[in-house]
Structure formats: structure tokens, C-alpha cells
Design a protein around this ligand. Structure first.
Ligand SMILES: NC(=O)c1ccc[n+]([C@@H]2O[C@H](COP(=O)([O-])OP(=O)(O)OC[C@H]3O[C@@H](n4cnc5c(N)ncnc54)[C@H](O)[C@@H]3O)[C@@H](O)[C@H]2O)c1
Length: 309
């Protein structure tokens, strides 16, 4: 696979690049960023790993046109919120960055999968879908994959479990209206409700910690990076190896679970070589389904605000 990262010199871009490299998920990696010196430095650092990892070509460019011929174009390019800047102002800046990237992708690479990471990820994934005119199966947002990765790790830490044996989805908006899917959460195949020593209060505590961790990462270290890179690699692995994994990526639901509006949220999605290959036949509780529908409405409303602004 050939993979491009637009925003490839940023914190998230470099972490994604490092994971793709060490897991050998691509043959060629194209890092694109407007910070040219930083980009050059990161490229040298990554390239120096290849004598241990094995040959992977690492290319750089200041122009998004360099994504031509790539199978997947990952976009974590973005601006950070500045003091006195409103949330909508920041969204407008990131919408501008995504619009410009999408225009270039449409011109030079109509066959790729577009993979949006920049925030607000659901709104920007919807924007990329509408602006690109690509089939909805080829426009993916990182959505709640990071949140779910964090959630499983924190649950394992709290209960002293092996993290890879935890199954727990967070779905809906990558934001305040995110929905924990407790009805399908399990450890080593045992539903949480059937595990002795696990109570609702503890689970709620871990969930609240997960909800707040994005902001906490910004406070402690300027922003998350390693877990985001791992989450991006999880999605890329599913595409590269056609794994048909069920991942809570963001996409336009197209009627899935009865969600018909023009919106983007994370649902239990089958991810394979073609991108979005369907949705899991997951039975939600009424409360969970109401939460997902509420998330869908919130993202649609924010998108409309952006369109009007
Ligand atoms: N979806 C998620 O789960 C998730 C998690 C963490 C971060 N994020 C988002 O990812 C984005 C990146 O975060 P970060 O910490 O890496 O920020 P960062 O500031 O470290 O990196 C952003 C990079 O984008 C580059 N850039 C800006 N405009 C560009 C353009 N037009 N073309 C090419 N490159 C451009 C910048 O030069 C910079 O290197 C943010 O929007 C952040 O909110 C999303």
C-alpha cells in the first residue's frame, strides 16, 4: 500500500507515520506538511529506522498533490484553538484546510480512501464526503476509534485485565454526546453484567475518565499522540489486510440503524479493503439507540451552522 499523511509533521501525523512504519503497513509513506523544516527533520528520523524495520520509502512534500497514486490519504492537518478564538472560528479554519485538501485529492487521486482525523472529526468527515463526491464507503473518519482504544485500556487497568481481551465500543459523536455501548461490552467473551466484581459505579467512573482524557492530554502534554497513532494504524491494518473488522469509525450512516439524516457518526462498522463495507448487526438498547440518534442530530446541526457561517 501507498499511504499519504496530510499534516504529516504534526504530533498526530508523526505518531501515525511511526506506527505504520514499525508495523510495516505500507510500502511507501508520503508525508505532506506546510512546515517544511520540521517535515524534513521528521522524515530523516523516520527513515533512519528502516535499517532495523526494513525498506519503506519515506517521501515528503509541501503540496497535497504528492498524494497522487496513494491508496489511502490520512488527514490530521489542522490548526489548534488560540486564546480568544471561538469553537466555530476554529472549525471554520479546519474546514478551510479540509476543503483545500479535498479539492487537490479530487484533481490528482480520485480512487483513494479519504481518512479524516482532524477535529471536529465527524463534521469534517461529512464535509469531505460532500465536497469530494466520493462514494460514502471511501470517506472514513477516525471517530470514536481513539475513544474506544482508550476506554478498553482504562477498563483493563482498573480491573487488572489483559487489555486485548476487552471488547467495549464507544459510538456516536467524537465529543460530548458520545454513547457507551454497555449492552455489548465484555471481557474475554463474558458480558460485563455477568462478571462478579464489576459494578455500574466502577464502569461509570472509567467511562468518565475516558470522556475527559482528550482535554487532559491537551493540559498535560499539548495533545494526544501515541494512542491516536495506534488507533489510526488499527484502521489502516483493517484496510490493508481486508480484515472486515468491526471498528467504531465515523461515516455517513446511509440509513444504518434507522439514521437517515445527512450526518456522520461512529457506528460499529465493518472495515475492509474497500473502506466502509457495512455495519454490524448489533442489537442496541433503546437508550443506546436514542443516544446515537441524538449524536447524529448534534453533528448534523453543527454542520449546518458551519455551512451558514
Ligand atoms: N479524531 C481524533 O480522535 C483526534 C485525536 C487527536 C487529535 N485529533 C486532531 O488531529 C489534528 C492534529 O492534531 P496535532 O496534535 O497533530 O496538531 P499539530 O498542530 O501538531 O499538527 C497539525 C499539522 O497540520 C499541519 N497543517 C496545517 N495546515 C496544513 C495544510 N494546509 N496542509 C498540510 N499540513 C497542514 C501543520 O503544519 C501541523 O504540522 C487536530 O485537529 C486534532 O484536534 C483528532
Amino acid at each position: 500500500m501507498r499511504i499519504a499523511i496530510i499534516g504529516g509533521a504534526g504530533r498526530v501525523g508523526v505518531s501515525a507515520a511511526f506506527h505504520l512504519l514499525t508495523e510495516r503497513l505500507c510500502r511507501q509513506l508520503v508525508l505532506i506538511d506546510i512546515m517544511e523544516d520540521l517535515l524534513k527533520g521528521e522524515r530523516e528520523d523516520l527513515l533512519q529506522c528502516t535499517s532495523v524495520i526494513g525498506r519503506i520509502d519515506v517521501l515528503t512534500s509541501a503540496s497535497a498533490e504528492a498524494c497522487a497514486g496513494c491508496d489511502v490519504v490520512i488527514i490530521p492537518a489542522g490548526s489548534r484553538r488560540k486564546p480568544d478564538q471561538s469553537r466555530l472560528d476554529l472549525i471554520k479554519i479546519n474546514v478551510g484546510i479540509i476543503d483545500s485538501a479535498i479539492e487537490t485529492i479530487k484533481r490528482v487521486n480520485r480512487d483513494c480512501i479519504i481518512f479524516i482525523v482532524s477535529n471536529p472529526v465527524d463534521v469534517l468527515t461529512l464535509r469531505a464526503y460532500i465536497r469530494s463526491g466520493f462514494h460514502h464507503t471511501r470517506v472514513i473518519g477516525l471517530g470514536n476509534v481513539v475513544d474506544s482504544v482508550r476506554f478498553r485500556s482504562y477498563l483493563a487497568e482498573h480491573f487488572n485485565w489483559e487489555p486485548r481481551d476487552v471488547t467495549a465500543f464507544l459510538c456516536g459523536e467524537h465529543g460530548d454526546s458520545m454513547v457507551p455501548i454497555w449492552s455489548n461490552a465484555s471481557y474475554a467473551g463474558i458480558q460485563f453484567k455477568n462478571l462478579t466484581g464489576v459494578n455500574v459505579k466502577q464502569l461509570e467512573e472509567v467511562y468518565q475518565k475516558t470522556r475527559k482524557t482528550g482535554a487532559e492530554m491537551i493540559r498535560l502534554k499539548g495533545g494526544a499522540s501515541w494512542a491516536v497513532g495506534v488507533a489510526i494504524a488499527e484502521v489502516i491494518r483493517a484496510i490493508a489486510f481486508d480484515q472486515k473488522r468491526i471498528l467504531p469509525v465515523s461515516s455517513v450512516p446511509m440509513g444504518a440503524y434507522g439514521i437517515n439524516e445527512m450526518t456522520c457518526i461512529s457506528l460499529p462498522t465493518i472495515v475492509g479493503h474497500s473502506g466502509i463495507e457495512g455495519y454490524a448487526d448489533m442489537k442496541f438498547t433503546k437508550e443506546e439507540l436514542d443516544g446515537l440518534r441524538q449524536s447524529a442530530k448534534i453533528v448534523a446541526k453543527t454542520y449546518q451552522e458551519v455551512e451558514k457561517a
